[in-house]
Design a protein around this ligand. Structure first.
Ligand code: ADP
Ligand code: MG
Length: 290
């Protein structure tokens, strides 16, 4: 019977760490034409590390890091955790800071040691009117290495640049290749800039849509849905709306509770290859139903 075939599909998934919330999701995953992946924490480890510190004239590297740590304090963004970890590793105490704010997909802001500080994308710094001087030449080079460059701005002037690298997951390329063998297209959606995104996309072997603000990700998913069902895979920091906008949202197991609540399926243990397994399981189950 149909319910029996579905129930056995759901339990076969559960045995392999593929949790699916009901028959409708199980059916739709196998019909996916496109899988859209969030980058940070989904195709990458989600644990960036600070690799370079480039102070602007008049600042030391430690001063740049201290200002950044003051502003990133209390943020749960992976870039914030990396900045805090680097400051701690260098024995730099985050200075007193207040009025913390976040501009999703762009920057964090705070008053640090009496200065108005932001840490965010080069685009954010440019739009805030901070001149980068010689630093602007270093940024494209860092990005071509797959690093994310963030600019520390203090009282409207660039204090320095931090570069961070988040390594692709060991099984990201094989997970994308497995989807390709099933005839499913993979796309990476990222708030990172185009150069960083392209470097990581080349490494993993998939198309990239970069420079996306949270609302742009929703628009991309809607556009992809016009040519068939779309599975969105995310780990949660800011991904819940994108998961909800897809035909089926899939959370990576290490993700946040909000992602797990919003998603219709989850892959435990963060295996990228689990997405292709979900597609295969869905198709095998539907073949039994028909
Ligand atoms: P992703 O889509 O890769 O998960 P986000 O949308 O979270 O990235 O962020 C996009 C960009 O905004 C980052 O690459 C960075 O330049 C900037 N940004 C966002 N949050 C922060 C933060 N807490 N600290 C520094 N930069 C940030
Ligand atoms: Mg993210």
């Amino acid at each position: 019977s149909v319910p029996a075939a579905m129930a056995s599909g759901l339990s076969a998934g559960a045995r392999r760490g593929l949790l699916i919330k009901g028959g409708a999701a199980l059916e739709e995953i196998g019909a996916a034409r496109t899988v859209a992946f969030d980058k940070t924490g989904t195709l990458t480890e989600g644990q960036p590390r600070v690799t370079d510190i480039l102070p602007a004239p008049g600042f030391s590297g430690d001063e740049v890091l201290a200002l950044a740590a003051g502003a990133e304090q209390g943020s749960s963004h992976p870039l914030a955790k990396a900045v805090m970890a680097e400051a701690e590793a260098r024995g730099i105490a985050a200075p007193a800071a207040a009025s913390h704010g976040a501009i999703p997909g762009r920057a964090v802001t705070a008053t640090v040691d009496g200065r108005e500080v932001s840490v965010g994308s080069p685009r954010h710094a440019a739009e805030a009117g901070a001149a980068l001087g010689a630093l602007s030449e270093a940024i494209p080079q860092l990005e071509a290495e797959g690093k994310t460059a963030v600019v520390v701005v203090a009282d409207g002037a660039a204090a320095g640049v931090l570069a961070l690298r988040d390594e692709p997951r060991a099984d990201a390329a094989s997970g994308v290749a497995a989807l390709s063998r099933l005839g499913v297209r993979s796309v990476m959606l990222t708030g990172d800039n185009a150069r960083t995104g392209a470097a990581i996309g080349r490494h993993i072997g998939l198309e990239v849509k970069a420079g996306l603000l949270p609302q742009d990700k929703l628009r991309e998913i809607a556009a992809l849905r016009s040519s068939g069902a779309v599975v969105m895979v995310g780990d949660g920091i800011n991904d819940a709306p994108a998961l909800a906008a897809a035909s089926v949202g899939v959370a990576m197991g290490g993700g946040t509770d909000v992602a797990l609540e919003t998603a219709q399926a989850a892959v435990l243990k963060d295996r990228t290859t689990g997405i292709a397994e979900l597609v295969s399981l869905s198709r095998a189950t539907m073949a039994n139903v028909k």
